[in-house]
Structure formats: C-alpha cells, structure tokens
Design a protein around this ligand. Structure first.
Ligand code: NDP
Ligand code: 2IT
Length: 460
C-alpha cells in the first residue's frame, strides 16, 4: 500500500500495525465469512495513510467500531407454496452504521444469501451512502429465498411473511430497505402493502423503489445503471475518451445492467454482449435492448431465448465467458466476484480501456490489482453504482415533502451527484498520495465523513 506520504515512518508503521490487528480480529470473530473479509480488507488497505496522518481515528477505535454492525437481525420466514407445502427460509437485516442517517440499503433474494453476503453488502453500503453526500447510514438485508420459478402468489406470500417479521425493525427514520438482486418493483409493492397493513398508517418513506402510483420516484428504476455510466463518462473524459463510438460489454441483464446498456447506447456506444446466470449473448453489430427488456423485465425469461428473435446473435452457455468478448469498456453489473484475475487479464489482452463496477464487489482483490497495475481506468462499485441509493434518498426527500419531481429533475440531480462522487474520490486519492486511484479515493472520501460523525457523537 501507499508509502509516498509526508508522514513519519513511525506513524505509518503504527497505522499498518493497527489495520493488521483489527483485520486479524475481524477474521477471528467472523470465521467463514470470506465475502465480508474481502470487503473489509479492501477498505482497510486504503485507509492506512489516513490513520498515519490522523492518529485520532486509531485512538478512538473507529475501525473496531465500524466493522461491528450496530445490530444484526436474523429471522425465520415461513410461507406456504402453491402445492400447500410449508417452506422455511432465512431472513436477514444488518443495521450496520447510522452515524450520518437512518440505515439504508437494499434487500437481496437469492439462494446464495447468507450472513457473509449480507454483511459485505452492508459494510460497502456505509461508505457508498456517505459518498452520495446524502444523510443515509448503511444497512442491507435479504433472504436465501429463490424467486426463480415461483408464481406471483408465492412471491406475495413470501414477501408478506418476510415483512411481518422485518416490519418491527424498520421505519422512515430508522431503516429504509429497497431492492437488490431478486427484489424489484413487484416485491417492493408486496412488502410495502404488508408494512402499511401492520402499521395501520401510511409511511411512504419506509421503502424506496416503490411504484410511481404510491410514492415511488421517477428515474429510480434507471438510476443505478445510468449513474454507473455517468461515473464512467467522467473517468473517460479525464483521459480524452468517450462512450461515443466505443464497444461495451455489460454483464447481467437485470435492473442495473439494462439501464447501464440503455445509457451507454444513448451516449453513442455499441453494446455487444450481456449475460444472465446461465450464459451470455453476443452480437458484434450491437444487441437489441427492446428484446432484452421484453424477455427479462416482462417475461422473466432466460436470455438464451434472445436468439429466437435474433438468429444473427450467438448464445453461449456459462456467464463467465462474457469476459472473453473484446471491448473498450466493461461494466460488470451482475454479482460479486464475477471478474477474477484471469478474467481481468483476458480483458486487458483484448484492449479494455475502462472498467466500471455496476454490481457490488464484482472484481476480486486480485482482479483490481491487475487493472490498477496495468493502467486501466477503474471505477469501484461503491462510487460507480451509488446512483441507485442516491435516487432512493431523493425518493425519501420527495416522500417527506409529499411532492414528486419530474424525471428530468431527478436525472439532473443524479448526474450531479455522480460527478461529485468522481471529483471527491479523485481529490481524496490525490491528497493521500495515490493520484488517479479511485479505489483508494472513494474509500477514503466515504470513510472520512462517517468517521468524523462518529468522533463527534461519542463512543457508541
Ligand atoms: P437483478 O436481480 O435485477 O439482476 C441480476 C442479474 O445478474 C440477472 O441478470 C442475474 O441473472 C445475474 N446474476 C445474479 N446472480 C448471478 C450469479 N451468481 N452469477 C451470474 N449472474 C448472476 O439485480 P440488480 O440488477 O438489481 O443487481 C445487480 C448487481 O447490482 C448486484 O450486485 C447488486 O447488488 C448491484 N446493485 C444494485 C442496485 C439496485 O439499485 N438494484 C444498486 C447498486 C448495486 P439471472 O436472471 O439468471 O438470475
Ligand atoms: O447496493 C445498493 O446500493 C442497492 N441495492 C440500492 C440500495 C437502495 O437503498 O436504494
């Protein structure tokens, strides 16, 4: 990690020792939580120069406190499937840090969900939310429930059961969940309905990502994907590059991926490949986004069916293969650790110039090192995908004001927020001796605001 700062060697050693010590403690206290360890390690490595320059953070135990969630809720979710069988899933909510605002973060429904996944996502969310400049703390939740192949009625019964337990722990000024993998407008609707019934009163701001007819914000659906492209646009601009005329690969074909593709195309790029968990589609002339939307947003179908409508395109089994498609810009928008060292090297071999993370932690630590060491423009998740939660906070503002804004108003604010995140991250990287390193810059800029709030609020 960085040593190029004007701090005493001794202070740097003390900072490294502090970080090493707390990281060892995290691994010991949270065994078998490899995703959580990974997210913590990435942040910790970036923060060494901060502790060397400002030992007050070490003295006040900021790191030990940051890595311990304020509250972790685990609960049983029982529900009855269409055949009359009882099903039991696990529900989670981590209320990680509320130093700068109510806990805020999505809910993920996916069979791989466990406490490690929820804690890595919640930990990332603390710094991401801080970067947006809005008053929102960090939280995350979800379930190992698999929405694939379930009927609407099953989804509804599951969501009602999930909320009947989670409902007592959340509220517009306490904790505000939203969507993530497997949780979109349909699920938020069922969750909101159940919360409203339980409360007996209307608290619009308890969830975000709501439908437009009952308190949702225009542009929330588009926000994460658009925001990622706005962020990457800033990275490119600094190097005299642009989306216009470039070839783009976007993994996933869900909410983030679809709107990242849409904005990239609007800016004049050609999107040649996207994926789902089974495989990827490729067309060197560019994909048809309307067909993808119809398949995934409306039909909830597999991407393999794309080639029925477009025989000129090819479908390949295995989502990992997407990283062998040559491109100028890669936007991983599916899930964690989808780009490993080998995939990163393959992208570089094929001349990738920029990578922007729409998903949470899609690149392994080794892959990030490969990108940075090869001079690839790299936009880390907590900065590049912050547009979703940023517009969620704008949705909360509209709910409080009981006044909806136009699409253009929200989109303009989103664009401004993404530009600011880029600027603040670049400036922090410069100030702490790692010019151009957005990983270090975003981690430091996100950390400082939360840490200073924690310092002023006493030992909690
Ligand atoms: P969706 O459920 O809408 O879409 C997820 C997409 O990723 C689907 O195409 C899915 O394929 C694919 N996918 C999921 N898991 C895997 C896997 N294990 N391997 C390969 N492909 C997989 O989720 P979102 O678009 O909302 O989320 C995508 C990523 O973006 C996640 O990392 C999420 O945390 C992050 N994110 C989301 C935000 C939001 O506002 N929604 C905000 C910021 C980040 P299939 O259809 O086969 O399941
Ligand atoms: O990872 C994320 O930032 C999200 N899934 C969105 C969270 C939110 O509260 O909108």
């Amino acid at each position: 990690m960085t040593t190029s700062l004007t701090v005493d060697h001794e202070e740097l050693q003390a900072a490294k020792e502090y970080v090493r010590h707390v990281y060892a403690q995290v691994k010991e206290r949270n065994p078998h939580e490899s995703e959580f360890h990974q997210a913590v390690k990435e942040i910790f490595l970036s923060l060494v120069p901060v502790f060397a320059k400002h030992p007050i953070y070490m003295k006040s135990g900021i790191l030990q406190r940051l890595v311990e969630p304020e509250r972790m809720i685990n609960f049983r979710v029982s529900w009855v499937d269409d055949l009359g069988n009882v099903q039991v899933n696990r529900g989670f909510r981590v209320q990680f840090n509320s130093a700068i605002g109510p806990f805020k973060g999505g809910l993920r429904f996916h069979p791989t969900v466990n406490s490690s996944i929820i804690k890595f996502l919640g930990f990332e969310q603390i710094f991401k939310n801080s970067l947006t400049g809005q008053p929102i703390g960090g939280g995350k939740g979800g379930s190992d429930f698999d929405p694939k192949g379930k009927s609407d009625a099953e989804i509804m019964r599951f969501c009602q059961s999930f909320m009947s337990e989670l409902g007592r722990y959340i509220g517009p000024d306490t904790d505000v969940p939203a969507g993530d993998i497997g949780v979109g407008a349909r699920e938020i609707g069922y969750l909101f309905g159940q919360y409203k019934k339980m409360q007996g009163s209307y608290h619009a701001g308890v969830l975000t990502g709501k439908g437009l007819s009952y308190g949702g914000s225009l542009a929330r659906t588009e926000a994460t994907g658009y925001g990622t492209v706005y962020f990457v646009e800033e990275m490119l601009k600094d190097k005299g590059l642009q989306f216009h005329g470039s070839t783009v690969v976007v993994s996933g074909s869900g909410n983030v991926s679809i709107y990242a593709m849409e904005k990239a195309v609007q800016l004049g790029a050609k999107v040649v490949a996207c994926s789902d968990s089974n495989g990827y589609i490729y067309d060197e002339k560019g994909l048809n986004l309307d067909t993808i939307k119809l398949l995934k947003e409306v039909g909830r179908k597999r991407l393999s069916e794309y080639v029925h409508a477009h025989p000129e395109a090819e479908y390949n089994e295995g989502s990992y293969g997407i990283w062998s498609v040559p491109c100028d810009i890669a936007l991983p928008c599916a899930t964690q650790n989808e780009i490993d060292e080998e995939a990163a090297k393959l992208l570089i071999k094929n001349n990738v110039k920029a990578v922007g993370e729409g998903a949470n932690m899609p690149s392994t630590l080794e892959a990030i090192d490969v990108f940075l060491n090869n001079g690839i423009l790299f936009g880390p998740a907590k900065a590049a995908n912050a547009g979703g939660v940023a517009v969620s906070a704008l949705e909360m503002a509209q709910n409080s004001a009981r006044m909806p804004w136009t699409f253009e108003e929200v989109d303009t604010k989103l664009h401004g927020i993404m530009k600011n995140i880029y600027k603040n991250s670049i400036e922090a990287a410069e100030e702490y001796g790692e010019p151009g390193n957005l990983v270090v810059g975003a981690n430091i800029a996100g950390f400082l605001k939360v840490a200073d709030a924690m310092l002023t609020q006493g030992i909690l």
